[in-house]
Write a protein that binds this ligand. Structure first.
Ligand SMILES: CC[C@H](C(=O)O)C(=O)SCCNC(=O)CCNC(=O)[C@H](O)C(C)(C)COP(=O)(O)OP(=O)(O)OC[C@H]1O[C@@H](n2cnc3c(N)ncnc32)[C@H](O)[C@@H]1OP(=O)(O)O
Length: 255
């Protein structure tokens, strides 16, 4: 089964699907490569007006990094190589000069929440749940998502989401500003198109000019450099006994 899908509809709305429902749409190196290519295509193709990222099935949007693929990374240097690769992909997603939507078809945890916060908008099915669970694994966010969250949510709400590692319902996630809109799973795709149509019918130059406003600010405040610092912190914690134990516990649960 192909791990990702990418297609463009007649309105110029492109959709990237993480197609690993059997692994709750976990991100491995192949998914990273496909997402990198999709973002480049959206950026370069003038006929593409927007990018929607979603997951296959109804159980998960994305469960973050693929534990089976990444648990072999032992040293800080090995971890940093993976984390920085995905961190750069999420930075390119963040600064993409076209509207981006995380279409939350189900649960998003760990790096799944980091992908979601890198998008302009988050539209969720009513049953989805969200959690920056990295803290429970003895690490921090490691794809730059914590740094981005502090840019998009109120300080105290971002700090609570990150440090508590709690699982948020759609109601609580909407209340803290993590979600843009909530609808039924059945109407998710239709509501997403309704959301985007009044935006993508504006001239591309208008949309690009608006996106350049936060991009300029992020450049001035060194957002990428701050994301790199987050990645460095996560890399160092990757070697901790707490992280190793948490991952082994998770893998043993599977066994
Ligand atoms: C900086 C990013 C950072 C990193 O890269 O380390 C992270 O993303 S850290 C966070 C890593 N992710 C997790 O720890 C999430 C682990 N998964 C879960 O908590 C649950 O699976 C959940 C809540 C996403 C869904 O729960 P549900 O009960 O619906 O499913 P199961 O737990 O029974 O899992 C079904 C099936 O999927 C496999 N699975 C789920 N998540 C992952 C994952 N992240 N990597 C690899 N595989 C995953 C799970 O092992 C089961 O497979 P099976 O072969 O059927 O046992």
């Amino acid at each position: 089964m192909v791990k990702t899908k990418f297609f463009v509809d007649n309105n110029g709305i492109s959709t990237f699907v993480i197609n690993r429902p059997e692994k709750r749409n976990a991100v491995d190196y192949e998914v990273m490569t496909s997402l990198e290519k999709a973002i480049s295509e959206v950026k370069a193709n003038p006929h593409i007006k927007a990018l929607v990222i979603t997951g296959a099935g109804s159980q998960a949007f994305c469960s973050g990094g693929d534990i089976s693929a990444f648990h072999a990374l032992e040293t800080a240097a090995e971890a940093e190589s993976m984390l920085k690769r995905m961190g750069r992909i999420l930075y390119e997603l963040l600064i993409l000069p076209k509207p981006t939507v995380a279409l939350l078809n189900g649960t998003a945890v760990g790096g799944g929440c980091e992908i979601a916060i890198a998008c302009d908008f988050r539209i969720s099915a009513a049953h989805s749940e969200f959690g920056f669970i990295q803290g429970d694994l003895g690490i921090t966010t490691g794809w730059g998502g914590g740094t981005i969250l502090f840019e998009k949510l109120r300080y105290s709400d971002a700090m609570e989401m990150l440090t508590s590692s709690q699982i948020y319902s759609v109601e609580r996630a909407k209340q803290v500003g993590f979600l843009s809109y909530v609808t039924s799973y059945q109407e998710l795709a239709m509501r997403c198109e309704e959301w985007l149509l009044p935006i993508i019918t504006k001239p591309s130059a208008v949309l690009t000019a608006y996106k350049q406003m936060p991009i300029a600010k992020w450049s001035q405040v060194g957002l990428w450099e701050r994301m790199e610092a987050e990645i460095d912190h996560c890399s160092l914690l990757w070697e901790s006994e707490e992280h190793k134990q948490a991952v082994n516990n998770r893998l043993q649960k599977k066994a």
